[in-house]
Each structure stands twice: as structure tokens, then as C-alpha cells.
Design a protein around this ligand. Structure first.
Ligand code: HAM
Length: 418
């Protein structure tokens, strides 16, 4: 038997409806904040991610699905959504339109990671990006949208962790301090950290190796190195969140795994679903658009992992919409009734009723069994007598009561009761 590639997941119908529910809440929440949907390609030229996401990130260094296409161009399956949205914004001249530009997306993304619960090689994200506003209101708006989304899903145990990683100006001083701190321990740290030491020492704080973690705990904190502008900006973000009743915890260990961030960074975390505790992450990224060839456009955004959200919703017993099932199963007792059931089903569907009928020439008993399994709300029975009368015997599968309903009135009857 052929099997799916490692790190991928099949979304079977019984799970897909829960997925659709999360997507519905995502759309409704984003649209309430006046964000509009954007769709960009699943693959992009590799350079977009090496320049955008950054060549000191694990994503670019180790995790990208990159290949040469038949035209010898280096192509990468998107490892995240932000760089593609930024490219689309610049390429389509949206910088000349109304600002701020606010867009959301529901996408699949690909990272060659070691698969485990909540960590896949093909995964899905709900993300949102806001361009053109450099003030703290935009950071607070993005966080507020993320918070509203998680609350609208009914999640209660997810906590917001907040940090500021400053701007290029104050981070240079911080990198100096980190290098001074780590230099005496470097021999005992992993080879990745040795490379990070040279290229981007802040990334050392994110190392998952136990041997490195014992040094990172006592490292200098970025918050102590913020310049006045970054300090004021962060103060205003905190003030706006406080005024909106959005609880947060300052967490200096949040540096994020992508290179493009500056100033505010945040993660929504939970301990409800085991190891992969971060369900949503984001922050400000004021240099990405100029980095990929555009002009300076300040930006802030976030993305949430759909698979992790599903796990957390299960762990928290959060409510889902009821799964949609057939409104009416049309049961034909003989060939002529089966034909009538077939054409009647079309009429019902046109009226907005979901209807199905026998496609396997089953016995009456087997059809009832199928209708029950499929969760049909009603079963309309058609036999010789019903064809003569022009009315079906409609059984309410909840109460087991039944009534005769004229064919012409069936749609109305079902619409009122389903
Ligand atoms: P990220 O933190 O890399 O940020 O990913 C965001 C979320 O995607 C994570 O919190 C997690 O829930 C989910 N995720 C990431 N990798 C995996 C995986 N291998 N398997 C399952 N879920 C995963 C970004 O992607 C940024 N583009 C977010 C952003 C948007 N920043 C600004 N705008």
C-alpha cells in the first residue's frame, strides 16, 4: 500500500468540518477588523525567502523544500506566508493604494522539520499582515486581532507572551553584550550556536539544545538595551493592550525564529496540548519590504498554526459547530420510486435543502441503515402508493414520527424543520 509522505496529514471528512469551523472564525474575526483575504502562490523563487526570512534562520538554513524547476530556476515551497504577501504587495503596486494595507490568509506551508505531534512538514496557517503604520497602535491592533480570534474559538488557557527585540540601532549594542557574555562558553556550545555567534547572536537564545540552554538562561536581556524610541514604542503597545483588557506577560526569551523582526514580538502559548506550546506567533518587521527590493514600509503581523489550534481546541474541549449532515434522504422502494426520488432530490437541492438518494440499488432496510449512519435528519419514503398520491411519507429521524407531505411542499416542510 502506498502511504503519505512523512510529516503530512490527511484531513478526513470527520475532521475537515472542524477545520472549516476554525477557518470560519478566522475569516469572521479578520473581517471584523477590516482585513481582506489575500492568496499568493504556494511556491516562490528561493531568493524571496533567503532574503526575506533570513539566512541565519533555521527555516532557510535547514528546512526549506527547494528544487530546480525544468527551467533551472531555484524554487521553494513557501515555509510561511509573510514573505509572499510582502512580495505580492510590492509587485502589484499596492503601496500606492489606501494605507494601512490589511490582509489575511489561510495557507499551507512547508518546512522540513522533525515531525512530532503539532509539528508537520506540511502544515497550515491563518495569518494576518498590516502594512504602512509604524506606530504602536498597529502592533496593538495585530495583537488584538490575534487575541480576538483565539477568544472567538473559545480558548481560555492560551496566554500572550510579549517582548521587544529593538531596532537595528539598539540591537547592535545588544549583540555586543551577548557576544561578551557567550564568548567564554562558546567551546561548550553546539555548532549551530557557534555559527549564530558570528551571524546573529540573539538567535542563540532560541537554541533548544540542553547543553546551550544552561548558558542562555543568564544572558543579558534585550529589554535592558532598548533605545529611547524603542522603549517608548513598547511602552505604548503595553498601554494599549492594558486599556483593551488583553492580558500579557513580558517574556525576554521570545526572539522568534525568523530574521525579519524588529521591536514588538509576541507568541500565544499554552500548556494544554503538550510539547508544541506556541499556537500563534508574530511581531513587527519594518525592514522586510526594503530587504526584498521595495521601499521602506513598516509592517506587523502574525500567523497561527491550524493543526496546533485543533489540538488545543480538543485539549480545552472548546465547542465546534455541529457537523452538517444530509437534511433529507429520499428512499425509493422500487425502480419507479427510485427514479422519482432521484429527480425530487434535484428539486430539493435547488431549493437549498441538502438531499441524497440511493445510488447503489439497496433494499429498503439497507437504505434506512445508510440514512441513519449518514445522520440524515429526515427520510422521505417513496413507494407505489406515494407515487399515486403525489406525496412522500416523511420520517423525522429524531422523533421517529412521520407524516405524508405533498412532493410540491416537501422543500418548504424540510426547510422549516431541519
Ligand atoms: P512562525 O512562528 O514560524 O511564524 O509560525 C507561526 C505558527 O505556525 C506557529 O506558532 C505554529 O503554530 C505554526 N507552525 C510553524 N511551524 C509549524 C510546523 N512545522 N508544524 C505545525 N505548525 C507549525 C511565521 O510563520 C511568521 N510568518 C508569522 C508572522 C506573520 N509574523 C509576521 N507576520
Amino acid at each position: 500500500m502506498l502511504v503519505r509522505p512523512k510529516g503530512t496529514k490527511d484531513m478526513l471528512p470527520e475532521e475537515a468540518y472542524r477545520w472549516q469551523y476554525i477557518e470560519k472564525i478566522a475569516r469572521e474575526t479578520a473581517e471584523a477588523f477590516a482585513f481582506r483575504e489575500i492568496r499568493t502562490p504556494v511556491f516562490e523563487y528561493t531568493e524571496l525567502f533567503s532574503r526575506g526570512v533570513g539566512d541565519t534562520s533555521d527555516i532557510v538554513n535547514k528546512e526549506m523544500y527547494t528544487f530546480l524547476d525544468k527551467g533551472n530556476r531555484s524554487i521553494t515551497l513557501r515555509p510561511e506566508g509573510t514573505a509572499g504577501v510582502a512580495r505580492a504587495f510590492l509587485e502589484n503596486g499596492l503601496a500606492g493604494g489606501a494605507m494601512p494595507f490589511k490582509a489575511y490568509y489561510l495557507i499551507s506551508a512547508f518546512r522540513y522539520e522533525r515531525p512530532q505531534a503539532g509539528r508537520l512538514r506540511e502544515f497550515h496557517q491563518f495569518g494576518a499582515e498590516l502594512y504602512g503604520a509604524d506606530g504602536a497602535y498597529a502592533d496593538a491592533e495585530a495583537i488584538s486581532l490575534a487575541d480576538a480570534f483565539l477568544k472567538n474559538l473559545g480558548l481560555k488557557q492560551v496566554k500572550l507572551r510579549l517582548n521587544s527585540i529593538g531596532c537595528a540601532h539598539c540591537r547592535a549594542k545588544y549583540h555586543e553584550a551577548l557576544k561578551n557574555y557567550f564568548a567564554p562558553h562558546l567551546d561548550e556550545m553546539c555548532s549551530d550556536c557557534k555559527a549564530r555567534f558570528e551571524k546573529n547572536p540573539m538567535r542563540m537564545l532560541d537554541c533548544k539544545e540542553e547543553g546551550c540552554k544552561r548558558f542562555t538562561a543568564g544572558a543579558p536581556k534585550m529589554l535592558d538595551y532598548l533605545c529611547n524610541d524603542c522603549k517608548t514604542h513598547f511602552g505604548k503597545v503595553k498601554e494599549l493592550l492594558g486599556a483593551s483588557g488583553i492580558a500579557y506577560e513580558i517574556d525576554p526569551s521570545i526572539v522568534r525564529g525568523l530574521d525579519y523582526y524588529s521591536r514588538t514580538v509576541f507568541e500565544f502559548v499554552t500548556s494544554a496540548a503538550g510539547a508544541q506550546g506556541t499556537v500563534l506567533g508574530g511581531g513587527r518587521y519594518d525592514t522586510l519590504l526594503s530587504e526584498i527590493g521595495g521601499k521602506n514600509v513598516p509592517a506587523v503581523g502574525f500567523a497561527a498554526g491550524m493543526e496546533r489550534l485543533l489540538m488545543v481546541m480538543d485539549a480545552e474541549n472548546a465547542p465546534f459547530d455541529r457537523e452538517k449532515t444530509t437534511d433529507c434522504y429520499l428512499l425509493g422502494m422500487d425502480e419507479r420510486s427510485r427514479e422519482k426520488a432521484f429527480t425530487l432530490a434535484r428539486e430539493l437541492r435547488r431549493a437549498g435543502v441538502s438531499a441524497e438518494t440511493d445510488l447503489m440499488t439497496r433494499s429498503v432496510k439497507a437504505q434506512f441503515k445508510y440514512a441513519d449512519k449518514a445522520g440524515a435528519r429526515f427520510v422521505a419514503v417513496l413507494g407505489e402508493a406515494e407515487l399515486t398520491e403525489g406525496a412522500a411519507e416523511v420520517k423525522d429521524m429524531k422523533t421517529s414520527s412521520s407524516e405524508k407531505i405533498k412532493f410540491g411542499e416537501l422543500a418548504q416542510y424540510l426547510l422549516q424543520r431541519r
